[in-house]
Design a protein around this ligand. Structure first.
Ligand SMILES: *Cc1c(COP(=O)(O)O)cnc(C)c1O
Length: 363
């Protein structure tokens, strides 16, 4: 087959999960493994579970179906806010979801009651990242109304940082989260099982001891998958950064100038790219492009190769120093964006590997 392919080293994912679960456990935190960047890949979820995560979090019901169909019977939580039009399905299929809208909770309540179920929710509060969540001032009155809904149990309070606004988790915003949780508990006379304060951006704060003790739940995706905390994208000690490696094939290899000839206008994507004049270079064209992957998020494992750009079907490399031949496979580490796109591309074959099948460590 001529498809580009992505190898998935399941042993490394398991190892990364175990490293982070152990760290979190030492701080009294339970870990939910987040598989959304892999499109709910069942083998990835199973590797995370072998590594000790307590549950799986997913952003889409379709991914949760995929996990279930493949025999993952661990509790799955829906991380993206449920759609009002989807409350029936959510109440029928998942036990826990994150929420911030009363109309949706009312729908979930009705749907849960019809099924004789209790649907657990973590209420989301926005501490400044400006993605999902209630504004803090609205939290107590909102929770009061939610509490009155039959079939709904408020299991916790959560927040999500560093996703849209790039707001860094800090002692101050985590203390605020705990204070809000305690205010909820006091004013509504309830006990919150979870204070879900962190994703992969919280690891530095956790390791430095700056996370308040009552924060007891983490939702970790990128840190397990790519071995990085996400405020500076630094490799996390004791984890692998190369569990996922993307491979594409050289289709053409030619000496050509480094700067285009002739009058220039926009490229195929509406940009006017800049080119550095390095004289004649050896240019390699590979069988992967923007249709399959976020080209800017690819780092060749061979440091002598350089990504010059891509169109829908081609990736172009400066291979002057690479010793490549037509037909060779070139390996790349994907960023989170590149991983997300490659995992969901129908043109990229996924090759999960375990034990004997692994091609040896590259780290
Ligand atoms: C994606 C997501 C996560 C996981 O984030 P990472 O940075 O990959 O750890 C956690 N919580 C929510 C609500 C998410 O949408």
């Amino acid at each position: 087959m001529t498809h580009p392919y992505l190898t998935i080293d399941l042993d490394k994912i398991e190892h990364n999960a175990r490293t982070l679960v152990d760290l979190c456990r030492a701080h009294g935190i339970e870990v939910m493994g987040v598989t959304k960047a892999t499109g709910g890949h069942p083998e990835v979820a199973k590797a995370m579970l072998r590594g000790g995560v307590a549950s799986i979090g997913e952003s889409r019901l379709e991914h949760i179906h995929r996990l279930r169909d493949a025999g993952v019977d661990t509790p799955c939580a829906l991380l993206r806010l449920p759609a009002l039009s989807g409350v029936e399905e959510v109440a029928a299929e998942v036990g826990l979801s994150l929420n911030s809208e009363l109309a949706v909770l009312e729908g979930l309540s009705r749907a849960a009651c019809e099924r004789g179920r209790v649907h657990e929710v973590i209420l989301m509060v926005d501490l400044g990242d400006l993605r999902e969540g209630l504004w803090p001032d609205d939290l107590v009155p909102f929770a009061g109304e939610a509490l009155a809904l039959p079939g709904i149990r408020i299991a916790g309070l959560g927040t999500n940082l560093a996703c849209l606004g790039g707001v860094v988790p800090s002692e101050a915003n985590m203390r605020r989260l705990v204070a809000l949780a305690e205010e909820l508990e006091r004013s509504l006379d309830l006990e919150l099982r979870w204070i879900s304060g962190m994703n992969s951006s919280g690891l530095d704060l956790l390791a430095s001891g700056g996370l308040p003790h009552r924060v007891n739940h983490a939702r970790l995706g990128e840190a397990i998958l790519l071995g990085r905390e996400t405020t500076h994208r630094r490799p996390w000690p004791g984890t692998f950064q190369d569990a996922f490696v993307l491979h594409a094939e050289v289709l053409e290899l030619k000496r050509k100038p480094s700067v285009p000839l002739g009058e220039r206008a926009e490229d195929a994507f509406g940009h006017l790219p800049a080119f550095e004049d390095r004289g004649e270079i050896l240019r390699a064209l590979l069988n992967i492009g923007r249709e399959d992957v976020y080209v800017e998020g690819l780092t060749p494992l061979d440091g002598r190769l350089k990504v010059l750009g891509g169109s829908s079907g081609y990736l172009v490399l400066d291979a002057t120093a690479g010793g490549l031949r037509v037909g060779d496979r070139v390996a790349f580490l994907p960023s989170y964006s590149a991983l997300l796109q490659a995992m969901t591309s129908v043109n990229v074959e996924k090759r999960p590997l375990r034990g004997q099948e692994r091609e040896g460590s590259i780290a």
